[in-house]
Design a binder for this molecule. Sequence first.
Ligand code: ADP
Ligand code: MG
Length: 527
Amino acid sequence: MPSTQQPPVGIDLGTTFSAVSYLDNSRRPNLVINSEGDRVTPSVVLFDETSVVIGKEALKAAALEPDRVASHVKRDIGSPHYSRTILGEQVPPEVIQSLILEKLKRDTEEVLGPISEVVITVPAYFNEPRRKATQDAGRLAGLDVLDVINEPTAAAIAYGYQHGFLDEDGKTARQERVLVYDLGGGTFDVTLMELDGKNYNTVATAGDVYLGGIDWDKRIVDYVAEVFQENHRGVDPRQNPAGLQRLLRDAEDAKRTLTARQQATINYEYAGEGVRVVITREQFESLTADLLERTLFTTRKVLKDAGIGWTDVTRLLLVGGSSRMPMVQRALHDASGIKPDRSAAEDEAVAQGAAIYAGLLCSTREGEPASMQIKNVNSHSLGVLAQDPGTLRPKNSVIIKSNTVLPAVQGRRFKTSKAAQKQISVKVIEGGDAAGNNASPIGRCVIDNLPQDLPAGTVVEVFFKYAANGRLQVKARVPSINREVAMTIQRDSGLTEAKFQVWREKLLNDEGPLESQSTALRKSRGA
Ligand code: ADP
Ligand code: MG
């Protein structure tokens, strides 16, 4: 690798914790220790009076100044705004994520010198708008996002690396059918992969972007809050943001204790009153049984989609901090008969896999032969939403089914309805049922400059393509005149290019990115 070039870098941008890994000269993944001396950085941002603080210090402030602190932003990425206002501002999630990435970039540069090219991980279950928004967050942080990679794929690559799948001689190569169960802080992902020598193929994937450790914490919060109410005249500490944040922190502590011990005690004070609540592991498990069942339901769905049963699975790989909970390991063992493997569960495994993938991208760009092959599937079906001419009801006409091997292209024919029509517009969605209920809108694919004088009924062929990383591209042509026509995606969510530039300028003025960000927010508050 030429010395002028930066080493390959992979970023695990987690809902609760983030980690960075890079490949050293001998192509071994190494973890970046952050400026606080830690292996992982809490994905938490504090908008302080004079600056923006990211990570551990921001996490500490969450209980004191909840209205200044953004956490679990990854859950909202792809939506127009972060779920809470920060200092009265509606901040796009991309912007907050970019501040976290900026800090990770700075800490990495302390070790490696200037970097820009990175791979960022995303849950396999992320839909297309969430993938795009993650890439935008990277750009906003001054990073050149070479690609996004699915977290279970990255975990499987790390697993493969640890077990010698990537050895030059390939002698240790063996085929495995690996089920990756990733229960993190805020998202749940389950993916079936086939590992064969240098091939990492995803077979099926499913998940839940609103299910993770935080939901287990909240059950403890509710339990303690109810005890508090019973003892203190119905006062509910959850109504107060600071009271809630403190209780959440205590609940998370208790949850971790319950991983190691049979019971945990919470001493919680609020508004001058206190309660002492003892929770046993058994109680905790019954308070959260339905959450666990949701993950098992999704796991069964993946096996079904892949057309296999547990006996076909050769390895059950547990990833994510929440898979440390004994209830998770026990339930999976019981369901599968397989002893869960947590060898890819260290905090850095996903970042490691991302760094190895970044290394692959860099070396193939240099013309070296690929050291491994990675195949993805799309986590959501791609459909066109139109009116059913018979029933006049909305109809989701699926173009690319979920769990199709990527890249995938499908053409669809549309007809102009009148002579000399200039425009065609198609509404595209991901997921949803036959009527398009519960789908995520992507936006409209629009052609607004069809060639002159086409007769009514002219066929326009639109090609929908998922790239290998799940990003959507569209193309169109008019077969009768054998011409390509320009087609754009007008998105329903995400930062527009114009807004992106505004935020970029706010972030990148002379004062340095982080200072200016908070200045911008303070100014808009009239401070
Ligand atoms: P993410 O990738 O979503 O940021 P992680 O994989 O780092 O998340 O997992 C973080 C989650 O794991 C948090 O909800 C945290 O409370 C939980 N967690 C970490 N350690 C333990 C433990 N020992 N027992 C139970 N839960 C844990
Ligand atoms: Mg994770």
